[in-house]
Design a protein. Structure first.
Length: 397
């Protein structure tokens, strides 16, 4: 049995706030600010460049990677951290295409996060070798995996609706036709049960600022299946991915593990905060966390639908087909969400009409859901969103 949920005492949650946006940016964990201060004043401030050795900075990316691996069913040494998710998508896709040089099709879906598709389009343009990006509807992906596909690149949990792909069946289909499988776990890591070792996908990527609570701009991660890593040719052959960076060789020689997927200097401040944030997962059973997430999101759907007939459920009703978020469609969704936020319930909005609410059992409970549903009802029933101040679009929605 894991620890009891929620673990609100581990987080700095502002008074009067019900936070339903952990699917976009997690809450500040207690101890994270102090850890950042320690790195700045004691390590950087006092040790200066010596801290790379004396404070263990050089080893931090791998240490943090192993902590993430434990949440994703991946073995130690199989996850490298650093850079951004877009960079990791590019690395995984470029490596996958090199593994299948005779094929020219990249398969994704039209619900994938735009940055993943942009990186694929950019790579296609850079290679200029006749590659094609296909994006069927998410529900049509399985049958679209044909024997001309080089790589299947999908996000497990849809960022707008929370719709969840079946990792196992899609990976099996990809392998049956000889394609390489890449999973984006941005909305999965820390939210749903993932078993990368059992899934057998070649690559997985993700970010750490959502359910893992690593903070804005926290480093991304990339997983490479251990049995293939020695044959992977990094497209971005950066200094920190070299087998011996301080040999200062003029020619690139990749590290002999997933560390070859590192590129630039690791972001030590962000990695230190993330390391501290990951301590909250000690003793947490992902199966129990998933059950709590389902219970909270099912309750939310039940309450909001009963109270707010104006809203249309945009997420799958069946919890087994849904990640840890619930989305509702509403013509005036942006203004409504700004009104709801103004009353202490923080979710977010995604064009064209989707109101998103994330469920993080580490710091949410039954009472939070009921209180949030009540506030949403008041905003919708009284049409409080019609106030002109809620019509003005901010840069971040």
């Amino acid at each position: 049995m894991g620890v009891a949920l929620p673990r609100k005492e581990f987080f700095e949650i502002p008074e009067g706030v019900i936070y339903l946006d952990g699917n976009s940016l997690g809450v500040l964990p207690r101890g994270a600010a102090e850890r950042a201060g320690q790195v700045i004043t004691q390590e950087w401030g006092n040790q200066l460049i010596r801290a790379w050795n004396d404070a263990g900075w050089m080893a931090l990316p791998q240490i943090v990677g192993d902590s993430i691996a434990a949440l994703l069913g991946a073995p130690k040494g199989s996850i490298a951290t650093g850079d951004t998710l877009s960079i990791k998508v590019y690395q995984a896709l470029a490596a996958a295409l090199k593994m299948r040089p005779e094929r020219k099709v990249i398969l994704s879906d039209n619900g994938n996060f735009p940055s993943d598709l942009y990186m694929a389009q950019g790579l296609i343009g850079t290679l200029a070798q006749g590659y094609e990006l296909r994006t069927p509807a998410p529900e049509d992906v399985l049958e679209a995996i044909t024997d001309d596909v080089a790589a299947v690149m999908l996000t497990q949990v849809d960022y707008r609706t929370g719709r969840m792909h079946d990792m196992d069946s899609i990976t099996r289909r990809a392998h049956a036709v000889g394609a390489v499988m890449i999973w984006d776990l941005a909305h999965s890591a820390g939210a749903v049960e993932v078993d990368l070792a059992a899934c057998n996908a070649e690559f997985a990527v993700g970010c750490s600022y959502k359910y893992l609570n690593g903070g804005p701009g926290a480093p991304a991660f990339i997983y490479v299946r251990p049995d293939i890593v020695d044959g992977i040719e990094p497209a971005l052959s950066g200094w920190l991915g070299h087998e011996a960076p301080f040999a200062m060789d003029l020619d690139y020689r990749p590290a002999m593990a997933t560390e070859r997927m590192r590129v630039g200097t690791p972001p030590i401040l962000q990695l230190a905060v993330l390391q501290e944030a990951l301590k909250v997962w000690d003793g947490v059973d992902m199966c129990e966390l998933r059950a709590a997430s389902v219970a909270l999101s099912d309750l939310f759907i039940q309450e909001v639908e009963a109270r707010c007939p104006q809203l249309r459920l945009a997420s799958p009703r069946n919890a087994s087909e849904r990640g840890s978020q619930v989305s509702f469609a509403f013509e005036h969704g942006y203004a409504a969400m700004q009104t709801i936020i103004d009353r202490g319930v923080i979710g977010d909005f995604r064009a064209p009409n989707v109101m998103r609410f994330g469920f993080t059992p580490l710091y949410l409970d039954h009472d939070d859901v009921m209180a949030a549903a009540q506030i949403i009802q008041e905003v919708l029933t009284e049409e409080l969103w019609r106030d002109p101040k809620y019509q003005v679009r901010a840069a971040v929605t």
